[in-house]
Design a protein around this ligand. Structure first.
Ligand SMILES: [Zn+2]
Ligand SMILES: [Zn+2]
Length: 294
């Protein structure tokens, strides 16, 4: 079984919800039979990620993430980074230092390095332009990303053919998203995930942050039985996220299997009541969504 639970469902400026980071859990047997999953993966860990995880650990079914009053960071096996905005990477310094200084001697395998997965280009930029300022020194020694994480850099020259697996049967293929660009489409790296299961025709779509680009994603959206897509509720010229008004243009059959996340704090205003009718709904935080039940 593969499940996805959102730590938060808000956009970069959300204050009523945490930012949109998600915990994927892979189970050999279902979650009812086991205290903890056999593998897991955080999709992004932004500035509000640590506090969001701190709250999730006290929710029934997630106590394996708890070390009493603290987050048990070694319980997070892998982290995938979709892109470099702070609402997706701002919690990594705390995770790295907590694993290094609070849990270095207690982890099962003697190391407290979660796997850090992204494209080569994103990981290089992540270190050079975001994390190095805080993590670049350990006591009196220079440090690198490898001191904190088992780095899994996916070749960036052919992003659309790359991916990674959980439990050798759930395949996470990365694809480029059109979130921001300097000169041409895809020149500022950002990624989404297309998830498939070995031996099954079922698949799932996770957009990451992207402008509305139905044409680029249509074949994956058609094939997916469940879709998670970012949305921006307030109208704006030249947006960097998919506007609700644009998402409403998608065919009904696709809208009905699409959950919206990364939404503004105004989600409960009356004009957005239509979301429950036109889509699968807004993603609810802390709810375990089943991606594959086998
Ligand atoms: Zn974002
Ligand atoms: Zn972004």
């Amino acid at each position: 079984m593969l499940t996805m639970t959102f730590l938060g469902v808000g956009g970069a400026f959300a204050k009523r919800n945490f930012q949109s980071n998600a915990l994927v859990e892979a189970w050999t047997v279902g979650p009812d039979a086991q205290a903890s999953p056999d593998d897991n993966l955080l999709i992004d860990f932004g500035s509000t990620g640590p506090l969001a995880l701190h709250q999730l650990k006290d929710v029934d079914g997630f106590h394996y993430l708890s070390d009493g009053a603290r987050i048990h960071f070694p319980a997070i096996k892998r982290v995938f980074i979709s892109h470099q905005h702070a609402d997706h990477i701002g919690g990594l310094e705390e995770m790295a230092f907590a694993n290094r200084f609070l849990y270095a001697s207690t982890n099962d395998n003697g190391s407290c390095k979660p796997e850090l997965i992204s494209s080569t280009e994103i990981l290089k930029n992540l270190w050079e332009h975001s994390l190095k300022g805080g993590l670049g020194i350990l006591k009196d020694q220079p440090a690198t990303l490898d001191d904190y994480f088992d780095v899994n850099a996916l070749a960036h020259d052919n992003v659309d053919a790359c991916g990674f697996d959980l439990l050798d049967k759930y395949r996470f293929s990365i694809f480029s998203t059109d979130h921001l660009c300097l000169d041409h489409k895809y020149d500022w790296p950002s990624l989404g995930l297309f998830i498939t299961q070995d031996g099954s025709s079922e698949s799932a779509f996770f957009s990451g942050d992207t402008k509305y680009d139905f044409e680029a994603y249509e074949s994956m959206l058609q094939r997916s039985k469940i879709i998670f897509h970012d949305v921006q509720l307030h109208e704006q010229p030249d947006p960097v996220h998919a506007l609700l008004s644009q998402m409403q243009e998608m065919p009904q059959a696709i809208r009905q299997k699409t959950f919206l996340y990364h939404y503004d704090d105004t989600w409960d205003a009356p004009q957005y009541n239509c979301v429950d009718e036109q889509f699968a709904g807004f993603v609810k935080p802390h709810r375990r969504y089943v991606i594959f039940d086998g």
